[in-house]
Design a protein around this ligand. Structure first.
Ligand code: TXA
Ligand code: MG
Length: 319
């Protein structure tokens, strides 16, 4: 594995060529790091599954450079999805749409739909653009972590998690961390009105202002194959415990206005929801670096990004 810091255009071209040659490239997006492969190359996509130890029936998101690539990968795209894509792409939202013939079973986990996203991170955009110049159609990329573990928001975390499983020709592009810090909103667009499968930085009210929905209070459904829906996902090794006072020696994460209980180890004190989201997985990793047994978290209240944060916390919670 080669780690390239602050990649130049020439280095990004080299990474695009590596993808074209069937190697893996981990790259930053505005949400979390992705572990990328040529989405049309069965062998390369297969390596994503083995490097992550991810079950083969969990579908991957295909990343594309712009909305113009949407019709390559999808058919029967509802009008409301196009309206939302025009508004929120490039950005932290993934649309689940009916797949075209280009989206094979090995990338969709055998489903007749495909997840598509146009990321906005500078490095992701230029990697996608260079890859498409070489004739590539899209980059399949799950979060760059072992299955079930905490998503990586730095190249260092990618190296620590996946370094042992990547091969010498695979590349990790290292750039400023991920601005948002939690994974994209996933919106199922295979039904007459959209359904949120995973909340993210594009919020319920963002969506509702543009298109009619029949979301419940969280807008959530969970009857689809979506890896975040399995128990104990996004979990650090430390036990995550919610909503109680931390005692001496336990890690503690809460908004800055909540004082640190006596003897607890304060790992993060975000001032805003944005900071909370950005710090969340870093805090999980820090708890493990410090070999803490227990991480006590006071989740944020309210709507918007708070919904996504509470969703990840409830998956990570020790049950
Ligand atoms: O922010 C993100 O979405 C990041 C960055 C790298 O783009 N990617 C990411 O990928 O979080 P991953 O694989 O860790 O999570 C994607 C989720 C999975 O839980 C998968 O099951 C779901 O999207 N998904 C993908 N395609 C789907 C489909 N056709 N139907 C239902 N769920 C799908
Ligand atoms: Mg993931």
């Amino acid at each position: 594995m080669e780690i390239i810091s602050n990649p130049t255009q020439v280095e990004i071209k080299k990474a695009a060529q590596a993808l074209k040659d069937g190697h893996l490239v981990a790259f930053p997006t505005e949400t979390v790091y992705g572990l990328g492969a040529d989405a049309t190359n069965e062998g390369a996509v297969g390596r994503i599954y083995s490097v992550k130890a991810r079950p083969a029936d969990h579908p991957l998101i295909v990343h594309i450079s712009s909305i113009n690539q949407l019709s390559k990968w999808a058919i029967d795209i509802p009008e409301y999805a196009i309206k939302l894509a025009r508004k929120f792409w490039p950005g932290p939202i993934t649309f689940i749409v009916k797949r075209s013939d280009l989206a094979k079973n090995f990338v969709t986990g055998g489903q007749d739909s495909v997840g598509l996203r146009v990321p906005s991170h500078r490095i992701a955009v230029s990697l996608l653009t260079e890859f498409e110049k070489l004739g590539g159609a899209g980059i399949a990329a799950p979060s760059a972590n072992r299955f079930g573990a905490v998503s990586a928001t730095t190249a260092k975390a990618v190296g620590e998690d996946l370094g042992d499983y990547l091969s010498v020709q695979d590349i990790v592009l290292d750039d400023q961390g991920c601005e948002i810090g939690v994974e994209s909103t996933i919106l199922d667009c295979t039904t007459p009105t959209p359904r949120i499968l995973r909340p993210g930085a594009v919020t319920i009210s963002n969506i509702e202002t543009l298109v009619p929905t029949n979301f419940d209070s969280l807008g959530l459904v969970s009857n689809r194959k979506i890896s975040g829906n399995s128990e104990n996902h996004y979990s650090p090794k430390a036990k995550v415990v919610l909503n109680r006072l931390a005692t001496a020696g336990e890690g503690f994460l809460a908004f800055s206005d909540i004082p640190t209980p006596k003897g607890a180890i304060r790992l993060s004190s975000p001032d805003t929801l944005e900071e909370y989201a950005r710090d969340l997985y870093k805090t999980f990793r820090l708890a493990d670096e410090k070999k803490l047994q227990i991480l006590v978290v006071i989740p944020p209240n309210g709507q918007g990004l708070a919904v996504a944060i509470r969703n990840r916390l409830s998956k990570a919670e020790d049950k």
